[in-house]
Design a protein around this ligand. Structure first.
Ligand code: SF4
Ligand code: SF4
Length: 422
């Protein structure tokens, strides 16, 4: 699909601004009613989901004239999809897809962000989007005696992801996940130094060709192992394997599970029993790409019925964010003795982005931290001592925001809490 293919969706935008907030029917109060970090930060309609559709529609009609302001609007968006979910509460139209195609067009036209170019150059050269990555990718696993899935047959492949592999501060997440799987007796392996980037963040940044190249390479490697199930603890990786690879017909029959889904399954089967008390009052942050953007891709083909109404034959099914992974992480948290879960206002499909998505972490770190700070404030308002998430990017961005504030909120990944409880 190209931007032109979403002309009808963009023309459907009635500029109602619903894409800026939790739907009126669901809103719980004045505080934390915003869902779009971009419009909340920059306070100009052009920075909202609808605003971006209006600009793209106008450019399709009048020609593409790029200015610095336009590119500022295009790149200061986390591609978090909250706009689409709120819009789709009442409307049947695509919102995130045309926004994403708009960015892809900018990249294809050479209208890029220098910071994101740097990241992609790094991917092309070194195979990871973590710039300045040093050392071997599998170094985190040293001493754990894990199976090498490239050499030994295993039931499950544990895909660690770039940030967790290369940032020593987050090795703890990979180690915790591996120890949990060991404890449950799962026959799993890793690819270690041979593991490759899923490419998902390249797609978010608008570099579709780079994503496809990387995805094909990674999928070929996974296929070689012969595994039927892939488990990852990175929400970006989860969305790439589960949704993007399926969308571009690369996934085949591979079962893709987030570590929280897998742990929930192991607890249910009695293979894991978190029984040590962890006295902690927590709140849970739904990562965008595990929640609303993690919902399965719907392969649909159809034609618009001639006439003014925007309806299709067969009827088009929209992904409204309701089928994301919401209960498994909550069930795992609830299974830990002593942990009390208090929910924030913006949860599940209306979750507020951590700030790191869409390349904003790299292109505008100040905006990423501003966004994370808003989430920290929301978490603190629940009375929780800690915010718990299920993605290394969320944990890193929250930690960055906390370092710049006076908050004493603690940040954990679910795997860290589970390991404490075993
Ligand atoms: S994108 Fe949807 S919610 Fe936003 S202004 Fe347009 S129609 Fe309204
Ligand atoms: S994708 Fe997220 S940041 Fe971008 S316009 Fe939509 S809600 Fe705002």
């Amino acid at each position: 699909m190209a931007l032109e293919d979403y002309r009808g969706d963009m023309d459907m935008c009635c500029r109602c601004s619903a894409c800026k907030f939790i739907p009126m029917q669901k809103v719980k109060g004045f505080q934390f009613a915003n869902v779009c970090p971009s419009i909340s930060r920059y306070n100009l309609h052009a920075y909202s989901g609808g605003g971006r559709l209006n600009i793209a529609a106008s450019m399709l009609k009048n020609g593409f004239k790029y200015t610095d302001k336009l590119l500022d609007i295009v790149y200061n968006c986390q591609m978090c999809g909250a706009c689409g979910v709120s819009c789709n509460y009442a409307m049947d139209m695509e919102v995130l897809e045309p926004i994403s195609e708009f960015r892809i067009k900018c990249v294809n036209d050479g209208q890029t962000s220098p910071a994101l170019d740097k990241v992609i150059k790094n991917l092309r050269k070194t195979g990871t989007m973590v710039t300045g990555a040093k050392g071997k990718r599998g170094a985190w696993a040293s001493g754990l005696k894990l199976k090498n899935a490239a050499k030994e047959k295993v039931d499950v492949l544990f895909h660690v992801g770039c940030l967790t592999s290369y940032n020593k501060d987050y090795w703890k997440l990979a180690k915790s996940a591996a120890k949990i799987l060991q404890k449950a007796g799962v026959d799993f392996g890793i690819l270690g130094d041979a593991e490759t980037c899923c490419g998902g963040r390249a797609y978010q940044m608008g570099y579709k060709d780079d994503f496809l190249k990387q995805a094909k390479k990674t999928m070929a490697l996974i296929k070689k192992t012969g595994v039927k199930t892939l488990v990852t603890s990175c929400a970006d990786g989860y969305q790439a394997f589960k949704v993007l690879y399926d969308r571009f017909n690369l996934k085949g029959n591979l079962e893709v599970l987030h570590i929280t889904e897998y742990i929930a399954r192991l607890i249910e089967k009695g293979k894991l029993k978190p029984n040590k008390k962890v006295n902690l009052n927590v709140t849970y942050h739904d990562p965008c790409r595990l929640g609303r953007l993690g919902e399965p891709w719907i392969h649909w083909k159809g034609k618009k019925i001639p006439g003014d109404r925007f309806v299709f034959d067969p009827p088009k099914k929209y992904r409204r964010g309701t089928n994301g992974v919401y209960e498994p992480p909550r069930n795992v948290i609830r299974s830990i003795p002593g942990v009390k879960l208090t929910e924030m206002t913006r949860i599940k499909e209306y979750s507020w982005c951590c700030g790191a998505g869409g390349g904003v972490n790299e292109s505008n770190p100040e905006f990423a931290i501003w966004t994370a700070q808003d989430r920290i404030d929301e978490a603190v308002s629940t009375g929780a001592e800690a915010i718990v998430s299920a993605c290394p990017w969320c944990e890193k961005t929250f930690n960055d925001a906390i370092r710049e504030s006076s908050s004493s909120l603690k940040v954990y990944d679910i795997v860290e809490l589970v390991e404490k409880a075993l």
